[in-house]
Design a protein around this ligand. Structure first.
Ligand SMILES: [Zn+2]
Length: 169
């Protein structure tokens, strides 16, 4: 079983916070109270300032994750972010040092970078181009294409099926 870190959960929450529902883009961060409580649940401060920081970093993260921008466009989001070593009796830990309201953005960027190293190419946009969600493919075959088989996978299969029926005499 793969253990998903809170940082990765936070990254996916931010990347997937603009889903398309009934043909229209919905912003899951639009309701401040709800968004702040989600961020708090994912280890953030839940402040107004944090929400603003996450909202302004979101399009950049989405464009980089979609491959529309180079990775170093995220570098400005890591200005002022440091890691401090902490030696315990049994291991070496690194703790993130960043302004409290910027920590969530930094965690999302670092999680994206860590995924790129540990699982290259596995964070990808859903193959349904009308869908704006991202997926992390953890399958052995690395062939997952849709955010969800139940929604996008079946919809695209049905569409292909009908267009085949239409072109066949
Ligand atoms: Zn999808």
């Amino acid at each position: 079983m793969t253990v998903i870190s809170t940082d990765e959960e936070l990254l996916l929450f931010v990347l997937n916070s603009t889903p398309v529902l009934d043909g229209a883009v919905r912003d899951l961060l639009a309701d401040p109270a709800e968004a702040r409580s989600r961020l708090r649940g994912l280890g953030g401060t839940g402040t107004r300032e944090e929400l603003d920081a996450v909202r302004s970093a979101r399009p950049l993260l989405q464009e980089v994750a979609r491959g529309d921008r180079p990775a170093d466009s995220l570098a400005p989001l890591l200005v002022g972010v440091h890691q401090a070593p902490q030696l315990t009796a049994t291991r070496l830990d690194w703790s993130l040092i960043a302004p409290p309201d910027h920590r969530s953005v930094a965690r999302a960027v670092l999680s994206w970078a860590a995924l790129r190293e540990s699982a290259p190419g596995r964070l990808r946009p859903c193959a349904n181009d009308e869908c704006r969600l991202f997926l992390v493919d953890r399958s052995r075959s690395n062939t997952a294409r849709w955010c969800s088989m139940a929604t996008c996978g079946n919809r695209l299969k049905a569409r292909r099926h009908y267009s085949r029926m239409r072109t066949e005499p």
